[in-house]
Design a protein around this ligand. Structure first.
Ligand code: SAJ
Length: 447
C-alpha cells in the first residue's frame, strides 16, 4: 500500500502516481473489486490470473462464503479456473470494507437499476462510494464500472472522495470504465472484450489504462469519465432503438400480411450498412430495457427530450400485449375463448440459452393471459420456476404439456428444444421468435 511509503520517506517523497504506476506495472498492487456479481467476479479472476493479490468485497455473506470456498456462482467462470486461484491465496473475498485501507485499486461493480418511476436508482453506487470514502487513503485508484448516466463519476462519486481532502489526479485517481460483460457469450469474455476507460484527469486515465492493460487484451483510453459513461449508453441505446424499429416493422407487416422474418433475412444480405435485429415478444434483461433510460433521464435534465428512446421504449413495451392479441386471435380462429383455455409457454428466460428471467417479456405475457382467465403453464430447460403475482409457477416437462395445451407459445427460442416434437404434438403454436423457421404447418402462427 502507498501511504506507508509516503509517510516513511518525507525527503524522497515520490508522487503517489509514480508509486502506484510502479506497483501496478510490477503486479505488486493489491487489487480490490467491490460487488461480486456477473461483472465483479470475472474481473477479480482476471486480475488474480494476471498475478495480482485480489480481494473481493460484497455485502452478501453467502456470496463471500461461496467465493472463499472456491465455488463460482457465475456460469462464465468455471470452478476449475476459480478454485485454484482461491486456494492459491491470490483471490479472496470479505464483507469487511476496512480492507480498502490496504488496497491500491478498487473497481465498483454494483447494480444500477431503474426505480418504478424509470428514474435511476443510484443507491448501490452511493453506498459503495461512501464505503470507499470512509476508508480513503493516498494512492488509491478508484474505477466505477456500473452502467450509469454521463456525469455520475464527476458529479456524484468525485465529491465524496474529495471530502477526504485528497486531490484527484495527484493523491488519488478516479476513472469510469463501462462493464461490457455479456453473460453466456462463448466468444467474448472479460479478458478479450475491449475495455474503454476515461479518467477525471489525464493522469487518472493513464493509471486506469495501465491497470486494465495488466489483465485485459485491449484497452481503449478516452478523454474523460463522461465520454466513457456515454459510450456504454450509446452501445445499449443503439440496440434498444433498433429492436424497437423491427418490432414496429413486425406490427406493420402483421397488418400488411408480409412475413417480417423473410424481410429481415433478405435485408441482411446487404453486405454493408445494415445490421439485422429481430422482432420478439418484448425487451428483457437488466441492460437493454434499463440503460437507455439512464440516458433519457439525464438528457431531460440537460433540456433535451430523448424522443427516440421514449418511443422505442413504448413500442418494445407494447409487444407482450401484441403477442397476447395474437394468441387470442389464434384461439378464436379455433373457436376457443382465452378464458379457461390452457396456454403453455416455451421459454421464460429473457433471451435464448440463459436462465435469467429479469424483465423477461414472458412474465408480462403470463400476467396478461391470467388476467384474461387462461390457465398458463411453461417449460424452460434453463428455468426451474418463476414468481408471478406472489405465487411460484414451476416449469413443466415439454410432454405432455404441449399436447394438452390449447395453444403453445414460443417466447424464448432456446437452442436445445425438440421443435420437431413440438410441431408434431401441439394443436396450435404461436411462434414469437421464428424458432419454427424451417417448419410449414397450418397450426403455426408467426409474429
Ligand atoms: N432482442 C430482440 N431482438 C434482437 C435482439 C435482442 O428482441 O434483435 C431482445 C432479447 O430477446 C432480450 C433483449 O432484447 O429480451 C436484450 O437482448 P440482448 O441481445 O441485447 O442481450 P442482453 O440484454 O444480455 O445485452 C447484453 C448487453 N451487454 C452489455 O450491456 C455489456 C449488450 O450490450 C450486448 O450487445 C448483448 O448482451 C449481446 O450482444 O448479447
Amino acid at each position: 500500500m502507498i501511504s506507508d511509503t509516503i509517510q516513511a520517506a518525507p525527503a524522497q517523497v515520490a508522487s503517489a502516481a509514480g508509486i502506484l504506476r510502479e506497483r501496478i506495472a510490477n503486479k505488486k498492487a493489491h487489487v480490490g473489486v467491490l460487488g461480486l456479481g456477473y461483472v465483479g467476479l470475472p474481473l477479480a479472476v482476471e486480475f488474480a490470473r494476471a498475478g495480482f493479490e485480489v480481494t473481493g468485497i460484497d455485502v452478501q455473506q453467502s456470496k463471500v462464503d461461496l467465493f472463499n470456498a472456491g465455488r463460482s456462482y457465475v456460469k462464465d467462470v468455471p470452478d476449475a479456473t476459480f478454485g485454484p486461484l482461491v486456494h492459491s491465496g491470490k483471490l479472496r473475498a470479505t464483507t469487511d470494507f476496512s480492507i480498502i485501507e490496504q488496497l491500491d485499486t478498487i473497481d465498483i461493480c454494483v447494480p444500477t437499476p431503474l426505480r418504478k418511476t424509470k428514474d435511476p436508482d443510484m443507491s448501490f453506487v452511493v453506498a459503495a462510494t461512501d464505503a470507499i470514502a470512509q476508508h480513503m487513503h493516498p494512492g488509491l485508484l478508484v474505477m466505477l464500472e456500473s452502467t450509469t448516466y454521463p456525469g455520475t463519476t464527476d458529479e456524484l462519486v468525485l465529491p465524496k472522495l474529495q471530502a477526504s481532502g485528497l486531490e484527484v489526479g495527484k493523491d488519488f485517481f478516479l476513472c469510469f470504465s463501462p462493464e461490457r460483460v455479456d453473460p453466456g457469450n462463448p466468444k467474448y469474455q472479460t479478458a478479450n472484450i475491449p475495455k474503454v476507460v476515461g479518467g477525471i484527469t489525464p493522469v487518472c486515465t493513464e493509471m486506469g489504462a495501465l491497470f486494465y492493460k495488466q489483465a485485459l487484451e485491449t484497452v481503449v483510453p478516452v478523454s474523460s469519465t463522461r465520454v466513457a459513461e456515454m459510450v456504454k449508453l450509446l452501445e445499449n441505446t443503439f440496440r434498444m432503438i433498433n429492436i424497437g424499429l423491427v418490432n414496429e416493422l413486425a406490427l406493420m407487416c402483421d397488418r400488411m400480411n408480409i412475413n417480417v422474418w423473410e424481410v429481415i433475412d433478405a435485408a441482411a444480405t446487404k453486405p454493408f450498412g445494415f445490421m439485422p435485429f429481430y422482432p420478439g415478444p418484448g425487451l428483457g434483461g437488466h441492460c437493454i430495457p434499463i440503460d437507455p433510460f439512464y440516458l433519457s433521464w439525464k438528457s431531460k435534465e440537460a433540456g433535451i427530450e430523448a424522443r427516440f428512446i421514449e418511443l422505442a421504449g413504448y413500442i418494445n413495451g407494447r409487444m407482450p400485449e401484441f403477442v397476447v392479441e395474437k394468441i387470442q386471435n389464434a384461439l378464436n380462429d379455433a373457436a376457443k375463448p382465452v378464458r379457461s383455455s390452457h396456454v403453455h409457454l416455451l421459454g421464460t428466460a429473457y433471451k435464448r440459452d440463459i436462465d435469467d428471467v429479469r424483465e423477461s417479456p414472458a412474465l408480462d405475457i403470463i400476467l396478461l393471459l391470467q388476467r384474461r382467465g387462461a390457465h398458463v403453464s411453461f417449460s424452460d430447460p434453463y428455468v426451474k420456476q418463476i414468481r408471478i403475482n406472489e405465487t411460484t409457477l414451476a416449469a413443466e416437462p415439454l410432454l405432455p404439456s404441449v399436447e394438452s395445451a390449447d395453444c403453445v407459445v414460443i417466447v424464448t427460442d432456446h437452442s436445445g428444444v425438440d421443435y420437431k416434437t413440438v410441431v408434431e404434438r401441439s394443436k396450435l403454436i404461436v411462434d414469437t421468435r421464428n424458432a419454427l423457421k424451417g417448419f410449414r404447418s397450418e397450426k403455426i402462427v408467426r409474429l
